[in-house]
Design a protein around this ligand. Structure first.
Ligand code: SAJ
Length: 439
């Protein structure tokens, strides 16, 4: 083991290493807290002043991290935050946890990674390890981050510093699998880079999974989420097929799910939301296009998933048709607009597409979501209705788009004139019910 590596690993083991986390959001803040609770001194760097100020006041703005944990660490001098990248000149290890969204064109937006790398580069010094955690296409760490760091610092990877990739696996709101106990894949620019990064993360996380290169680690993450996106696309298409066959897709899936091996249950819905599943696979297909390969599974699944809001509009039209009402002028109540149940996250939520589509057909659209009282997103500005049951009665059609646990579905079914159930939230009560149209 070269002396730099030995020195760094020792600083990780005796906790004298100082840690920097760039991007203190839903990935970075839990990671910062976990490293600080493992005994390291951690500083978070983020351009958003309010986040930095909150951390330094001992307050958390992330659902998964309780403020009491942040306050204890700040009081103990183990955690602080700054908007100034120069604080990184005094740290030994940096983890970059910045967003990787899509541009309006549908292409990857690596601007946050580029900005973080260029801002870190002037403060990169010998005996430092850098880990990129942001989900991205294979090659980003080696082709984008590495040159950005080396060109400005004049340092050479592996001789002067170490660089690796470790995909984030944070599922906001989940309590069973957390930052500490979710296995963490790590791969370096070189094997030695990977070993140093693994030695760091090993001090705080239950399970570190070293892989041979950063490309393997980048690709593993994309496989995880592409697998999910394609299987959701499969069951969405199955819903369309079952509709044509007049077979109950929900019963079919439940029956298939009794198979104790070789099957994994996914359920159809009004579309694919979130900041991971609809987006990560498109990073992969974009990269493959640059290598003259067409990732057909991803493109087809994306096409099917993207079409589900329009398919849902058709179901709402069917329901109103049963009541001999045109869509134009009918009052439609959307229940649940978050991208998945029991959270307040709107990113890529299919509910927004359904609302837009209804508005283009001149329907009178209102929504209710206990987690999202105000909607000001994606050119939509609306307030959640307050008197839910009164609105259910008033609506010509109630569309269950996100099946929050909070809802009293039997009462809603009782009070509604017509219901479109895109999540099988009504269960058997919705089957063969003249008031209900199911996906
Ligand atoms: N969805 C379906 N049918 C399904 C599952 C999901 O329509 O069977 C829809 C959801 O309604 C939502 C979208 O897909 O709109 C994404 O749902 P998700 O359950 O995949 O939740 P996410 O986006 O929060 O995914 C995260 C991911 N975690 C990370 O990337 C670290 C994903 O890899 C996890 O598998 C997922 O959480 C999880 O299992 O909760």
């Amino acid at each position: 083991m070269n002396s730099m590596k030995t020195k760094l690993v020792k600083k990780f083991e005796d906790r004298s290493a100082r840690i920097g986390i760039v991007g203190i959001g839903y990935v970075g803040l839990p990671l910062a807290v976990v490293f600080a609770e493992a005994g390291f001194t951690v500083i978070g760097v983020d351009p958003v002043e309010e986040k930095v100020a909150a951390i330094n006041r001992g307050e958390s703005y992330i659902l998964d991290v309780d403020s009491t944990r942040v306050r204890a660490l700040v009081d103990a001098g183990k955690l602080s935050a700054s908007t100034d990248y120069s604080v990184l000149q005094d740290v030994d290890a940096v983890s970059i946890c910045v967003p990787t969204p899509l541009r309006k064109t549908g292409d990857p937006d690596l601007s946050f990674i580029v900005s973080a790398s260029n801002s870190l580069a002037p403060y990169l010094h010998k005996d430092m390890v850098v880990v990129l955690e942001s989900s991205t296409y294979p090659g980003t760490t080696r082709e984008m981050v590495l040159p950005a760091l080396e060109s400005v610092s004049g340092l050479t990877v592996c001789d002067d510093f170490f660089l690796a990739f470790s995909p984030e696996r944070v599922d906001p709101g989940r309590e069973d699998w957390t930052t500490i106990n979710t296995p963490k894949v790590i791969g370096g620019i070189t094997e030695e880079c990977g070993q140093v990064a693994a030695a760091w993360y090993d001090q705080a996380l239950d399970t570190v999974v070293p892989v041979s290169t950063c490309e393997v680690a980048e690709m593993a993450k994309l496989l995880e989420n592409t697998f999910r996106m394609i299987n959701i696309g499969l069951v969405n298409e199955l819903a369309i097929m079952c509709d044509r066959l007049q077979v109950d897709v929900w019963e079919v899936i439940d029956a298939a799910a009794t198979k104790p091996f070789g099957f994994m249950k996914f359920t159809p819905g009004p579309g694919l939301g979130g900041h991971c599943i609809p987006i990560d696979p498109l990073y992969l297909s974009w990269k493959l296009k640059s290598l003259n390969y067409n990732a057909r599974f991803i493109e087809l699944a994306s096409e099917i998933n993207t079409n589900m809001p329009r398919y849902t509009l058709g179901k709402i039209q069917d329901a109103l048709n049963l009541a001999k009402k045109p869509l134009n002028g009918s009052r439609v109540l959307i229940l649940g607009i978050a991208y998945k149940p029991n959270i307040d996250d709107l990113r890529e939520s299919p509910a927004l597409d359904v609302i837009h589509l209804l508005q283009t057909k001149s329907a009178q659209v209102v929504y209710h979501d206990p987690y999202i009282p105000h909607l000001d997103h994606d050119n939509l500005r609306m307030e959640s209705v307050t008197d839910l049951m009164a609105e259910v009665q008033k609506a010509d059609c109630v569309a269950i788009i996100t099946n929050h646990d909070d809802y009293d579905y039997p009462a809603i079914l009782e009070a509604a004139q017509m219901v479109v159930d895109t999540r099988n939230a009504l269960g058997k009560a919705g089957k063969n019910n003249p008031k209900v149209v199911r996906l």
